[in-house]
Design a protein around this ligand. Structure first.
Ligand code: GCV
Length: 721
């Protein structure tokens, strides 16, 4: 008897443990923004239930099957089940989904907006179909339908009204791509979320189900391309047995509208082709690439093309043969052109010899404007140096009117706190997209350069360096998911505001409860600025640890290249700090159109956020707050730390409003962030103090350690190298 009771208790305990585990499993972040949890607001739930009696999709295709599965999964999750798939005549409240080609009912409707949208666009209308009130999600392609389905689900996930819809949407940019810096050994350069998602060793025979969830997440945002491999490329991926693996992924991703691209190592003809040269003008080299490309397209007919990092940070390129970037890019472009492929040629170059790294991409690429073939895009990082917490916009935007330029953002936070810090990047992305180049007068924003509206480019693209990995939550931290989300939403529509995107993301990822949504949104909105404050305020840049880029190290002075040191960038002396890029200095300002140039040239007109990027300023220079530069630096470093403390308080006040695991994860990460923000502040101020010779004003905390202590810290095992 006793024994039996013990057994029963054990059974109960196991059941409880299972329930707890399954609860934790359900909320470990794996589902991203596609959680489809039942709506808890009963009034809203009733309204949606009344509005949707069932779903009617008249035809079938691999993409429509995904749309069917997703809408069913989404609606049944959100509305608590019982949403039938209908067939035959429409009924009151039917959700009718499809294209005019595949659905007679939709063809009959002559829906407004269908003639205005592009292949990826969709319309959603509240209307009546054969006399019955209905909602219609329609597009000209099955892909557009799938995007419409995700949008409709988003409306319900964020609890928007759906009774009077008249939506017409098309993405502004044609190719919306993720760049994975994933190596074939599954390490990820600048990856802070575990290993690469691509299980090369098991492909093509084993297809991890996670690939499908990756595709769903991207499709839900409209991301339609993925470059599988690192720009620091390995030619091995171009060998037949790897191409079979790539084909397996391409086949899986195709119905989600995602094309696969690869990075091309420029010296591949030598490394895997047995040639003695990779000279782009050599006929054998050209023939080798042509046959390699044909081999790829035989397997993957919709292969997107190549992304190339050439003659940059040790990568081979056309420069090795005295050929230009255009000659290198065009050779590859000619090889993929018969298959409608494209080349994304990176402008991230900086030779060791110039006076200012800021100027180098411009100097190398602007003379080539007009020389690139039509299927080449030049891929330009948002700023002129390298994904710093803040950079002015890259002067290449607006300086190559006869070349298709695409944007490269970094979603992974190499320089913004890596895996742990909460830094919502939409404000950074928006700052770059909204920057006015003045290339064709006021209003010539970077966004207009890359969406083709400024120069009439028809080939348009945007790339984000992915932050995904094998961590259960995909991105290393729950809040890093917001950056993947924000990138995708802005790639679709760069007019969306950072706040609107945060609002959607918080509602979909956590809850619609305004008591949670509002404070979390507010916390996210200032979070990137806080990182700028505690790492590189007032236009300082490139102050991080050597190679791994983890933590502060403004003192780095001894490296094989001057522009790999940090003193090169801040130029602190007893007199002042900052990089003089005016006409008196390196004249990097000369690369911008006159109105921008004049602004950056003048220390009083340069926005303070870029002050030390463009000017070398005395320590006692008065800034707009009335403080001296030194005092302002101290103030901003402290403001950054305070912001993190406020985020911790805000988060603590939300305990109990969301699931335990995601709450605790973020709680712990914010604690790490506070420690590291203090470390950045104290190490940086201790160092700059040796030049300013000034005290930290009394009202602020003093560094807990000596400068020597901070300088002694080493991190040989920091992730992401
Ligand atoms: C892929 C920075 C990063 C490198 C990266 C490089 C690039 O320098 O630190 O890891 O290499 O940018 O964008 O090519």
């Amino acid at each position: 008897m006793k024994k039996r009771r013990h057994g029963a208790c054990l059974g109960l305990a196991i059941l409880l443990a299972m329930l707890m585990t399954s609860q934790a499993w359900a909320e470990d972040g794996y589902d991203l923004w596609l959680r489809y949890q039942p709506i808890t607001d009963t009034e809203a739930l009733e309204t949606y239930r009344d509005a949707i009696s069932g779903v009617l999709i008249e035809s079938e295709s691999p993409t429509l099957d995904i749309a069917r599965e997703e809408i069913s999964r989404g609606l049944n999750g959100l509305l608590g089940g019982n949403v039938p798939m209908l067939s035959g005549a429409p009924e009151d409240g039917a959700l009718i989904i499809g294209t005019p080609q595949g659905s007679e009912m939709i063809a009959e409707l002559d829906l407004e907006g269908l003639d205005q949208i592009n292949d990826d666009g969709f319309v959603i209308h509240s209307t009546s179909v054969r006399g019955e009130p209905a909602t219609v999600i329609a597009a000209n392609t099955d892909q557009g339908v799938l995007y419409g389905v995700y949008h409709f689900l988003r409306l319900i996930q964020t609890q928007q009204p759906i009774d009077d819809l008249a939506l017409v949407q098309s993405p502004r940019i044609e190719r919306r791509v993720l760049n994975h810096w994933d190596n074939l050994d599954r390490t990820v350069e600048r990856g802070y979320a575990g290993f690469s998602l691509w299980e090369w060793h098991k492909l093509p025979d084993y297809l991890n189900p996670r690939y499908i969830d990756y595709a769903r997440a991207n499709a839900s945002l409209g991301i339609n391309g993925t470059v599988l491999t690192n720009v620091n490329a390995d030619a091995t991926v171009l060998m037949p047995r790897y191409l079979d693996k790539v084909k397996a992924l391409a086949d899986l991703f195709r119905p989600y509208g995602i094309r696969v691209y690869l990075t091309a190592r420029f010296s591949a003809p030598m490394e895997i082709g047995g040639l003695e040269t990779a000279d782009p003008l050599d006929p054998d080299v050209r023939a080798w690439w042509q046959s390699k490309v044909d081999e790829i397209y035989e397997r993957i007919p919709d292969f997107g093309g190549f992304l190339v990092k050439a003659n940059s940070e040790g990568q081979p390129g056309p420069g090795d043969y005295d050929r230009s970037h255009a000659e290198g890019a065009n050779m590859l472009a000619d090889a993929v052109a018969p298959h409608d492929g494209i080349i994304m040629w990176r402008a991230f170059v900086y030779s060791p010899v110039a006076d200012d790294r800021h100027k180098q991409a411009y100097d190398e690429f602007v003379p080539l404007d007009g020389d690139f073939h039509d299927n080449v895009l030049v891929q330009v990082k948002n700023g002129p140096i390298d994904f710093q917490p803040r950079e002015p916009f890259n002067p290449l935007f607006g300086a190559m009117p006869s070349t298709s330029l695409m944007m490269e953002f970094q979603i992974t936070k190499e320089y913004l706190g890596q895996g742990t810090h909460l830094a919502y990047l939409a404000p950074l992305f928006k700052e770059a997209l909204d920057a006015d180049t003045y290339a064709q007068g006021e209003g010539s924003t970077v966004a207009k350069v890359i969406d083709g509206s400024l120069s009439g480019d028809t080939l348009t693209a945007i790339a984000g360096v992915a932050n995904t990995g094998t961590d259960r939550n995909w991105t290393g931290s729950h809040f890093n998911q917001a950056n993947w989300y924000a990138y995708g939403r802005l790639a679709w529509n760069h007019d969306l505001s950072a706040e609107a995107i945060a609002d959607e993301w918080v509602r979909m990822t956590y809850t619609n409860d305004p008591d949670f949504v509002e404070p979390v949104k507010a916390m996210m909105m200032g979070s990137r600025e806080a990182v700028v404050d505690y790492m590189t305020p007032l236009g300082l840049h490139h102050l991080m640890g050597e190679s791994h880029h983890y933590g502060p190290a403004p003192w780095i002075a001894d490296r094989e290249r001057e522009d790999w040191t940090n003193v090169y960038y801040h130029r602190a002396t007893r007199d002042g700090v900052g990089f003089d890029r005016t006409s008196e200095g390196t004249n990097a300002v000369g690369q911008y159109a006159p109105p921008v140039q004049e602004m950056f040239e003048d220390v009083d007109r340069t926005p303070e956020k870029y002050l030390l990027w463009f000017h070398h300023v005395p320590w006692d220079h008065e800034v707009s707050s009335g403080r001296t530069l030194w005092d302002e630096l101290v103030y901003r470093y402290n403001r950054g730390v305070e912001y993190v403390r406020d985020m911790r308080d805000t988060w603590a006040s939300l305990e109990g409003m969301i699931d335990e695991q995601r709450y605790r994860d973020t709680e712990a990460y914010l604690e790490i962030q506070e420690k590291e923000a203090i470390w950045w502040r104290d190490a940086s101020l201790s160092y700059f103090q040796t030049f300013s010779g000034q005290e930290i004003p009394e009202e602020y905390e003093l560094p807990a350690h000596t400068l020597e202590y901070y300088q002694s810290l080493k991190f040989p095992f920091a992730p992401g190298i």
